[in-house]
Design a protein around this ligand. Sequence first.
Ligand code: COA
Length: 380
Amino acid sequence: MSEKKQAGGLQGVVAGQSAISTVGVGGIGLNYRGYDINDLAYKCTFEEVTYLLLKGHLPTQQQLDELKTLIWSKRYIPCKLKQILETLPKESHPMDIMRTVTSILGILEPETKSGQEYDISIRLISIFGPALLYWYHYSNSGIKINENTGKDSIAENFLKLYHLKSEIDPLVIKTFDVSLILYAEHDFAASTFAARVTVSTLSDFYSGITTAIGTLRGPLHGGANEAAMQYLEPLRSIPQADQFLNSRYQSKQLIMGFGHRVYKKEDPRSPIIKDFSLQLSKTQNGDPTLLAVSQHIEKRMVEEKKIYPNLDFYSASAYRQCGVPTPMFTAIFVISRMTGWGGHIIEQRSNNKLMRPVSDYTGPAKKQFVPIEMRNKANL
Ligand code: COA
């Protein structure tokens, strides 16, 4: 096999340098800016991780307070954006809403000078949830929500706006917050790499993010959490789970939420989200059957195929038990990964070089040009 063929899907190709996260590097697990993902998930909030990824270090209490104030002030949805959201059909996919919100904001609040990356990142992180849920409630029931829920975290604001409640179970908020931390950053994942390619042409910040959202949507990347929930949904017993797995094995179809390009054993994020999903399953609104089925599928996949769950697998049951509808799963990933994308765009711009690889040409050898009046099937 030639060296170029080995790089199918750019597997194993080092495409640049980054100081943001370690994904399977040198056996040190997943770190964001040097901090272990377990410490961040169990001891931090998503807002602290946002600061870490965008600014390069953890915030002091004062810096965190300033960030929270900034988030609260950047939650408002401009009237023009509300008017556009009101015209979008309820059948739209939430990922299309996220991409559209980014595009519209890029027009209403364009990037006009250098050094705006942090502010625009925070603007997008703050407005994504409210804008998505404004569209959701308006298109489904004509309700115009008030996006301002006071001094709430990103997680609490999303859950309150989705459920239209003023109180949310603290474990649900913590699970949602942890999921945002886990999804926040993952090195040169396809969407992040796509964003870096876009801004490497000196394009604007919003274009980088719309590129990233479009790339995240696919089921081989961010869309896997939705795809996992779709097959888990009807499985209400172990025999049903067995039947599902056996038929997938037979037809050699992928089991979404399993496998990873870099982690060939355990995805370090998976046990963390599984822990929270299990905790939720033991609460009043939990779904122990969903967890039993999920654990059974995991056991069989690991034992029989040596393929491990990635973050998306147990995120599906965690989000379901937070009461969030399946089509919103990948859109929630956008809110979270916005922090990593922002960090990578800042990093790319700090030492930019146009990304322009070459291909291994496999087309025809040089051909004689034939004028159109002389062309026939034999000489094309
Ligand atoms: N279900 C069933 N088989 C899987 C699998 C899955 N989820 N993931 C990998 N495999 C199999 C492949 O079919 C392949 O088998 P083969 O050697 O017999 O052809 C083998 O494992 C190696 O997989 P490969 O496709 O080379 O790995 P990759 O690095 O290209 O793919 C993913 C990584 C993520 C694209 C792949 O694991 C996948 O499609 N997973 C499902 C989607 C998903 O959960 N994505 C989220 C990623 S965080």
